[in-house]
Design a protein around this ligand. Structure first.
Ligand code: COA
Length: 330
């Protein structure tokens, strides 16, 4: 039997209508548009309303996928949901999405790897496809970051936004698809980026809420340093492992955490501006959803075509990080 190559065969996205601009944030915390733009590249982000939970946004993104491609939810075997903002601890967001999209024949689960969640899910999906056990795996990266963001903390509230990006993973019909991946984790990150409240370590109490333990905490400088170093290295290593150089890359699709991090990673690969996909200015950091959201925007902007060599890289809480090299299939 020929080797099975897993690949992305369909995509969809959803972002809430409500826009929170840097100017809006100026009224909420001691910050300014110029500082946010120059330090992060972010101009605005989307904010979900009460109804727009992670499962709701994923279901909307699935509708978008159905409008773009011919997908029958009954054909989906497995739903993977990388998210740090599940609707509830349980049932899983995967189960809630199954209900909302009518994927009655699927099983599924949520996956926790923060901003590297999409990449981790891609690895899991790919291996299920490679094994031949399942034919269609839906990765539904969906995040309602506004639900865990402290809008009195200027260190974090300027960064995050809400949204969902979905991809369908199947066996490739030709030689395009995922060429290789490179995944890592180092628990050193546990001291710099976390939510301490709500788990069994600090169950929810009046005190835990008063101490704001249910919000994202980030020590920005070390996170920035590690993100630049690790994300650059993994991307560089994977491209060069396959005897390519930056010149061969058609599109670099990095996790959208900070434009300066994206630029530093691109410079390590010696990429030109037209080889870099960035939509951080309009969505901010949507954690696990940034990469599939960027893929959909790249398609809509006609920046991706079949056969293109694509490198994706991610870095997030844990720390977790990694890269995937692929030949675009659609
Ligand atoms: N508006 C205005 N000033 C701010 C501010 C804000 N929103 N946030 C912080 N500052 C101030 C700081 O208090 C500091 O002032 P000081 O010099 O008087 O102490 C100054 O700006 C510089 O702060 P610093 O933290 O060094 O800024 P920075 O250049 O590192 O940028 C981040 C801060 C958060 C943008 C940056 O560290 C970052 O992007 N980190 C990684 C984020 C990330 O990727 N997180 C998700 C993981 S995937």
């Amino acid at each position: 039997m020929d080797k099975i190559i897993p690949t992305i065969t369909a995509l969809g996205k959803y972002v809430p209508k409500k826009i929170l601009t840097n100017k809006d944030l100026e009224k909420m915390v001691d910050t300014n548009d110029e500082w946010i733009k120059s330090r992060t590249g972010i101009k605005e982000r989307r904010i979900a309303n009460e109804e727009e939970t992670s499962s709701f946004m994923a279901a909307k993104a699935f509708q978008d996928m159905q409008e773009r491609y011919n997908i029958d939810p009954l054909d989906i075997d497995l739903i993977l949901v990388p998210t740090i903002t599940p609707d509830m601890f349980f049932p899983s967001t995967a189960a809630l999405i199954q209900d909302k999209i009518g994927a009655k024949n699927a099983w599924g689960f949520d996956l926790s790897a923060a901003c590297s969640g999409y990449l981790y899910a891609l690895e899991v999906a790919s291996n299920f496809i490679k094994s031949g056990q399942y034919k269609k795996v839906l990765i539904a990266a969906s995040e309602k970051m506004s639900s865990i963001t402290d809008y009195t903390d200027r260190n974090t509230c300027i960064l995050f936004g809400d949204g969902a990006g979905l991809t369908l993973i199947e066996a490739s019909k030709d030689d395009t698809g995922i060429i290789d991946t490179d995944l890592h984790m180092d628990s050193i990150g546990k001291d710099f980026l976390y939510i301490k409240g709500g788990g069994c370590l600090n169950p929810a109490t009046h005190e835990s809420v008063d101490q704001k333990l249910h919000y994202v905490y980030q020590d920005g400088r070390p996170v920035y340093k590690y993100a630049v170093s690790k994300m650059s290295q993994t991307g560089y290593d994977l491209v060069h492992k396959h005897s390519y150089t930056g010149k061969d890359i058609d599109l670099f699709i990095p996790h959208q955490a900070n434009q300066r991090i994206i630029d530093a990673c691109a410079s390590r690969l010696k990429l030109r501006e037209d080889q870099i996909m960035s939509n951080i200015a309009k969505y901010g950091n949507t954690t696990a959803a940034t990469i599939p959201l960027a893929m959909v925007d790249a398609i809509d902007d006609k920046r991706l075509k079949k056969g293109d060599l694509v490198i994706i890289t991610a870095f997030g809480g844990g720390f977790t990080w990694g890269a995937a090299l692929l030949k675009w299939s659609i």
